[in-house]
Design a protein around this ligand. Structure first.
Ligand code: SF4
Length: 406
C-alpha cells in the first residue's frame, strides 16, 4: 500500500472547528496514533497527511486540516492552507460535536463543497457527549450525517462504508491505457536511458504504465529506442501500441510503421491527470499570441529547480523560437495558483505527477471559468514538435478501429 503514489489515492479532507476531534477521528479510522491529538484547542497547526487503506476502495490519503476558525496572522495562514487542501479533496468530512452550534463556519464549507460538486458528509463526533444542537440543524436542513465516537469506536465501521458510498465515480481517475488495450495485447514502452534518468531504476510514469498493462492482462515490453527495431523483429505480430518518452519521439516515429499506434507517456498522463481536449484546444492559442502577452506557467509542486528547468528556461526559449514574440512569464509552484487569471493569455500547466487529478482539474475549471486557454507541458511539447496528431490518435478512435477490424 505504501508504494501507491500519493497522487493516485482517494483524498479525504477532514474539516471542522477547533477541538471537534478531527485528529482523533483520523486515529480511529486508521487505528493508529498519527495526528496530533490534544485537549488544547488548535494543536494541529499544519495539515497532516496520512496514507491508509480503506477496503474495498483501496489506498486513501486522509488530510487532517488546521482549525480554520483561528484568528490572527497564524490563523489566516491556517485558513489559506486549509483552502489549498480543499482543492485536493475528493471527499469531505465536516466534523462537529453533538452540542456544536452550526454557524457560518460550517455553512461556508457546505457552500464550497456544493459549489465544487464535492461529496461531503457531516460527522457528529464524540457521540458519547450530551447535546443535540448539531443533529437538529442537520436534520432540519436535510444534510447527511453519521454519529461516531472516536473514543469508543462506535460508528467508525459505518463511516468507512459511507466513505466508500461517496467515493466511486467522484475520484476514479481516467485510466492510463486500460481502456485502449485488451487482454493479450502487446504494448512496447520506449524508455531512453540518459543522464537525466535516476540511477538504477525507471521513473514513476513508466512503472505506472507498465503496471496498468499488467492489470489489464496485456504484455508490456520495455526497450530503449536503440533496440526498438530488434524488439519489433522479435515479435510475431504487430504491437497494439507503442508508448515512448517524448524526447525520442521523432526517432521512434521514423522507425515505426504508420499502422502501429504511437503515443507518449506525457500524453497518457495529460489525459489521466487532466483534460486532454482542453489542453489540445488551449495549445492552438500559440498561433495568436502577441508581443507583451502574459503566460502563466503553473507547476503543481515546489521541486528543486534545475539550471535547464523546463518551466523557467526551456518553455520560454521554445516559445520565443516558435512565436517570435516577446512574451512575459509568471511561474507559480505548489499551491500558489492565482485567484485572478484574467491577465493571462495562456496557462501552461505542468504534468502534475505529484498531485491528484482533482488538483489539476481545479486549475482547468478555474481557467475555463475565466475564459483563459490552458494546455500542459506534454501537449505543448508534442505540438511544437509537430507530433500532436499522432500522439492523440490512439485516444481518438485509432485503436478502436483496429479492434473492430480484427
Ligand atoms: S510535473 Fe511533477 S515534478 Fe514537475 S512541477 Fe509538476 S508535479 Fe512537480
Amino acid at each position: 500500500m505504501y508504494r501507491t503514489p500519493a497522487s493516485n489515492r482517494l483524498h479525504i479532507g477532514i474539516f471542522g472547528k477547533r477541538n471537534t476531534g478531527k485528529s482523533s477521528l483520523i486515529n480511529a479510522l486508521t487505528g493508529q496514533d498519527t495526528a496530533i491529538v490534544s485537549d488544547v484547542a488548535g494543536t494541529t497547526t499544519d495539515p497532516v497527511y496520512k496514507a491508509m487503506e480503506i477496503l474495498p476502495i483501496g489506498p486513501c490519503m486522509l488530510i487532517d486540516t488546521a482549525g480554520i476558525d483561528d484568528q490572527g496572522v497564524l490563523g489566516e495562514e491556517r485558513v489559506k492552507r486549509t483552502l489549498v487542501v480543499l482543492r485536493k479533496t475528493d471527499v469531505g468530512l465536516i466534523v462537529v460535536q453533538p452540542d456544536t452550534l452550526i454557524d457560518s463556519f460550517e455553512e461556508d464549507l457546505i457552500k464550497t463543497f456544493q459549489g465544487k460538486k464535492l461529496p461531503f458528509l457531516f460527522i457528529i463526533n464524540k457521540s458519547e457527549l450530551a447535546g443535540k444542537a448539531a443533529q437538529d440543524y442537520l436534520e432540519n436542513n436535510k444534510l447527511a450525517f453519521i454519529k461516531v465516537s472516536s473514543k469508543t469506536g462506535q460508528g467508525i465501521k459505518e463511516l468507512k462504508a459511507k466513505i466508500m458510498e461517496l467515493a466511486p465515480g467522484h475520484w476514479s481517475p481516467i485510466p492510463l491505457v486500460g481502456d485502449i488495450i485488451k487482454p493479450k495485447d502487446v504494448v512496447i514502452l520506449v524508455c531512453p536511458i540518459d543522464n537525466a534518468m535516476p540511477q538504477g531504476r525507471l521513473i514513476l510514469p513508466q512503472v505506472q504504465v507498465m503496471r496498468d498493462c499488467l492489470d489489464n492482462n496485456a504484455t508490456a515490453f520495455v526497450t530503449k529506442e536503440t533496440e526498438l527495431l530488434d524488439c519489433l523483429k522479435a515479435l510475431k505480430g504487430k504491437p497494439r501500441l507503442v508508448i515512448t518518452d517524448s524526447q525520442v519521439f521523432e526517432d521512434v516515429r521514423d522507425m515505426l510503421p504508420k499502422d502501429i499506434p504511437l503515443t507518449s507517456f506525457s500524453t497518457v498522463f495529460a489525459r489521466h491527470k487532466g483534460d486532454l481536449n482542453a489542453y489540445i484546444q488551449g495549445v492552438y492559442t500559440l498561433e495568436n499570441l502577441k508581443d507583451g502577452d502574459e503566460i502563466l506557467i503553473a507547476e503543481a509542486c515546489t521541486h528543486h529547480v534545475q539550471p535547464e528547468d523546463i518551466g523557467r528556461t526551456k518553455i520560454p526559449t521554445w516559445l520565443l523560437n516558435y512565436t517570435k514574440k516577446d512574451l512575459h512569464y509568471e511561474v507559480t509552484a505548489g499551491g500558489d495558483f492565482p485567484q485572478d487569471l484574467s491577465r493571462y493569455k495562456l496557462i501552461i500547466s505542468c504534468g502534475g505527477c505529484m498531485v491528484n487529478r482533482r488538483e489539476i482539474m481545479h486549475r482547468i475549471e478555474k481557467a475555463k471559468a475565466a475564459h483563459v486557454p490552458i494546455t500542459n507541458y506534454g501537449v505543448l511539447m508534442a505540438y511544437l514538435s509537430g507530433i500532436l496528431e499522432r500522439v492523440i490518435e490512439p485516444f481518438e478512435g485509432g485503436l478502436l478501429k483496429i479492434n473492430l477490424d480484427k
